[in-house]
Design a protein. Structure first.
Length: 123
């Protein structure tokens, strides 16, 4: 149709699925799934991005607090930021990452998106 503009990407619903998963239903019919670990590992904040670029320190001395078993990773809150992102506050104390809607869609772990990601890496 002439003059029809595509709808901006919008979540219709967010919900927790089981103990370790987030599901987002999008306005284009897509159903995205994410594990909490995947989202936390892909935190887009500057500190986390910088930490991922650093080489591991093989002679790092572990503190007693680093040897204590941690509770399962999970968000304590997910707050919308305007109409473009969500702010996750994690139970590990981290809360500076803003996950834009586009970034969340890119991080999708549903079977369809995983297949497309594997195809693009095979090229």
């Amino acid at each position: 149709m002439p003059g029809t503009q595509p709808q901006p990407l919008r979540p219709l619903a967010l919900r927790k699925e089981g103990d370790d998963r987030l599901v987002i239903e999008w306005n284009d019919g897509h159903r995205s799934t994410y594990t909490w670990k995947h989202l936390r590992d892909h935190c887009p904040c500057a500190s986390c991005r910088e930490a991922h670029m650093q080489k591991p320190e093989p002679f790092h001395i572990l503190k007693p607090s680093e040897l204590v078993p941690l509770p399962p990773l999970a968000p304590v809150s997910i707050t919308p930021v305007g109409y473009y992102a969500y702010k996750f506050a994690w139970n590990d104390g981290h809360e500076t990452g803003l996950y834009t809607l586009e970034n969340l869609r890119t991080l999708c772990q549903c079977p369809l998106c995983r297949t497309e990601e594997m195809r693009s890496h095979a090229r």
